[in-house]
Design a protein around this ligand. Sequence first.
Ligand SMILES: [Zn+2]
Length: 573
Amino acid sequence: MSKSKMLFTVASVVALTSACSDVSEKTEPDQNVNYSQDRGMCFSGGPIYTAVDTVPKVEAVAVRNGSIVYSGDNAGEWCNNNAGPNPIRTDLAGKAMFPGFSDAHGHFVGIGLREMTLNLEGTLSVSELKSKVALALKDLNGGETLYGRGWIETHWPEKRFPNRGDLDGIAPNNPVILERADGHAVVVNTAALTASNITADTKSPFGGDILKDNNGQPTGMLIDKAGALVNDLMPKNTEKRTRLAMKKASDLYASRGWTNIHSMSFDPAGVAMIRDEASKGNVNIRVYASTDIGGGFETKDFAANPFAADLITRRSIKLYSDGALGSRGAALLAPYDDDPDNIGLMLTTYETIMPVLKTALKDGVQVNTHAIGDRANNLVLNWYEEAMMAVPENERAIADPRWRIEHSQILNIDDIPRFAKLGVIPSMQPSHAIGDLHFAVDRIGPERLAGGYAWRSLIDSGSIIAGGTDAPVEVGDPRIEFYAAVHRKDLKGYSNEAWYDDQKVTRQEALKMFTAWPAYAAFEEDRLGTIEVGKAADFTIFDRDIMTIAEPDILKAKTVMTVVNGKVVFKAK
Ligand SMILES: [Zn+2]
């Protein structure tokens, strides 16, 4: 007796046409072929990893109409005969091909917005600052604020702070706000001062300083709390800006080899926008949107749409249970080692979450709940279990709901096997582990770390792990995540004694964390995640074989090509 309203799911955008024409080709265009038809694609000449344990590696792959039609030994003739008229042949020339990499936890719009903030790190002089600002202004309309950050003047030849005079000539109309690397000062132009009513008469606020010249006029430098005087000018997330961020995130992610992102805490109002941007060709990678539920929980928004060759999918919600470890907001079963009166903070309650969980089960909506501390993870597992007991399989829209715990960072050892037992998927970000290793021991001590970032224990207990990045909190780079998962050391090769080296994973497991397992964690394993006949042609090609090279070299790999649904969405120059 499954619920009649099939509310689970998904929705649509655009079926991409396959076989872009700009792949390196061995064959000349045949004048007799109608190229409006699908030409098919063939890949061979390098290691091709499938993420399938029984056939981990093949020699050739052929694609037709966006789907894999052949995966096996090198067979040029087979390709000629079956991959379409005059297929586009890609000689990997020793480069390594993988199923499309998938980031199971990122924040898509945030990734794009980060790209829209002018990065001033490494600026060597006032004149370089000016030219960077001038370039960035070209993307803006009149009146829009340019925000940048990261400059530091200590080694500049000019040996002084920048000032509004430096900026006014190139930015007479747009307010410009440029934050110093330490975040304790900004330089702004006259347009920003005027719009914020900062004049010679304005008094410095408590805890801040409006720097003034010999004539008593503001120089444009605002120190500490004076920086807040221009807060109202900071760019707002308008629809136009959000849409541009989506395009930037897609372009960046494709260039890094990602074919898919599970976008957490996605604004429900952005779902229609991203579908529209995908239909216009501005979003070219897959986005699995896990939306905030805001004030109410409305499953009617999850309009039923069939799976197809669609890029944008919505069938899950994102909930929060606690804070983060660095700021001691993660909810722990026992106090922090470095803050004995503090056990962290739960951000939700049983009374709030239980009705949501039961509705989600009945309506087939996947629930992805943020949990960092061992108490938060314990409670979320308890709540999931209770909801599943209360709503038996015959009352659910989907028998196996594949609920996830985002981060699953610090686990009570006894809770580790409960993931597999309940079918709850730990969604984890290896880069967090190699970043946190510098302070996590101080926070919770070595004993509790036995259940920290416990990839090996989770896999050995029968779990899969959906691997992600948490970008823009982290970089959002598949090389860093893969490296962190197999090496469990920071980017300089550092680890420490309390760091449970044996929790690292094999390369095959790391590959699955970023291909096959995210596909399963999004109900997409029938069409995504491995290189097998019948699956969508989503591929990531790196210039070196990250399955065999020394760990530090993984970080040097370059993306050669990214293919989504048989369309080349990135190709290195
Ligand atoms: Zn996140």
